[in-house]
Ligand binder design. Structure first.
Ligand SMILES: [Fe+2]
Length: 355
């Protein structure tokens, strides 16, 4: 059974420090690097994951069942925390696989040297080329669409066919946005820079900022609620936030609010990912790659995506809620390009009024 440890920002401590703290005696600390029971040649795979879904754990358990020599130990924390931790642990890190959400973070981890390149014909077949690192440092495992959501009583959904339409002055006072700290928004802007160029993107941001009349939101869920309540006519969110509410995971009131919201897929739709790679510090790179291959395999990949109402790397999955929205068309922009344009995107947002 996979062992799961959750940490928060305050617990970013190197293993050696943790070992001196109460956590060690409580048995909650990850084992020293790659502890193996030599007699059975057992391997312990450390997974550092920014995802936190029970179905993920079931998949890890299934992998252990298929590979009796491997035990998985999972450490769950926010992306930022995991990156800091891996950096501070260096070669001594017990992590073999790093799972992150958002293109910018995967590319950042790659730049920090936290991943090692790998060659896997299986992953090359399962994951489209634009959704993996060219050197095999990381591979997307799920896709997430970031799109406008509309309250049809306030804004005609048919009036929004592209992200550019969000800058239409007709939406003055009706548009709500999450703040620019969100890597999701940074990746959306990076996408627009690649698709439409810097000048057009700057103009677009200014137009949208002019349409916003209330505070920028800190998170996506409150945006869905505000659109449902009619406080905003249109906002931009990752679809799984609407999906979770529609599925009743946030209670009946939130379900009712999400039912008032219409999801709009612009052409082309901006797609972000969550993904995983073998860590630079891994002592078990073969087994680590095997786990990523398993997670990317069609059946496991569907469950990995379905856990959070995301889309698999290929196709749209079978979830009835996602199906009810129809499908979308992404375009060939690579996750790597999105990450590479992240700094430029942040600056452009700052300079043009995206708070
Ligand atoms: Fe999210």
């Amino acid at each position: 059974m996979p062992i799961v440890l959750k940490i928060d920002l305050k617990r970013v401590l190197p293993i050696s420090v943790l070992a001196l703290s109460g956590l060690a005696s409580s048995g909650l600390v990850l084992s020293p690097p790659h502890q193996t029971a030599h007699a059975q040649e057992k391997i312990t795979l450390g997974v550092y994951s920014a995802r936190h879904y029970n179905t993920d754990k079931e998949l890890y358990r299934e992998f252990e069942r298929q590979n009796p020599g491997i035990t998985i130990k999972v450490l769950e924390a926010k992306d930022k925390v995991l990156l800091k931790r891996l950096e501070s642990e260096g070669d001594n890190s017990p992590a073999d696989v790093l799972v992150l959400v958002d293109a910018a973070r995967l590319v950042k981890a790659s730049k920090l040297g936290l991943f090692r390149p790998s060659v896997s014909p299986t992953l090359q077949r399962l994951v489209p080329a634009n959704l993996r690192d060219p050197q095999g440092k990381w591979y997307a495992l799920t896709r997430r669409a970031r799109v406008p959501i509309v309250n049809p009583d306030i804004v005609d959904p048919a009036s929004i066919k592209s992200y550019a339409d969000l800058a239409n002055p007709a939406l003055k006072g009706k548009l709500c946005l999450r703040n620019r700290k969100s890597p999701y928004n940074q990746s959306l802007v990076a996408d627009q820079i690649i698709l439409r160029g810097e000048a057009a993107t700057a103009k677009w941001i200014r137009g949208m900022a002019n349409n916003v009349s209330q505070e920028f939101f800190p998170k996506d869920t409150p945006q869905v609620q505000a659109v449902g309540k009619g406080k905003c006519g249109v906002a931009v969110v990752n679809t799984y936030y609407v999906g979770r509410m529609l599925a009743g995971r946030k209670g009946a009131d939130n379900k009712a609010l999400a039912e008032k919201v219409k999801v709009v897929f612009p052409k082309p739709t901006h797609v972000n990912v969550s993904g995983a790679g073998v860590t630079a510090s891994s002592d078990n790179p073969q087994a680590a790659l095997k786990l990523i291959e398993f997670l990317a395999s069609p059946n496991a990949g569907k469950s990995y995506a379905a856990a959070n109402l995301e889309y698999p790397v290929k196709g749209f999955g079978n979830n009835p809620i996602l199906r009810s929205w129809g499908t979308f068309k992404a375009y060939g922009v690579s996750v790597e390009q999105l990450g590479a344009k992240n700094k430029q995107a942040q600056q452009l947002m700052k300079d043009n009024g995206w708070k």
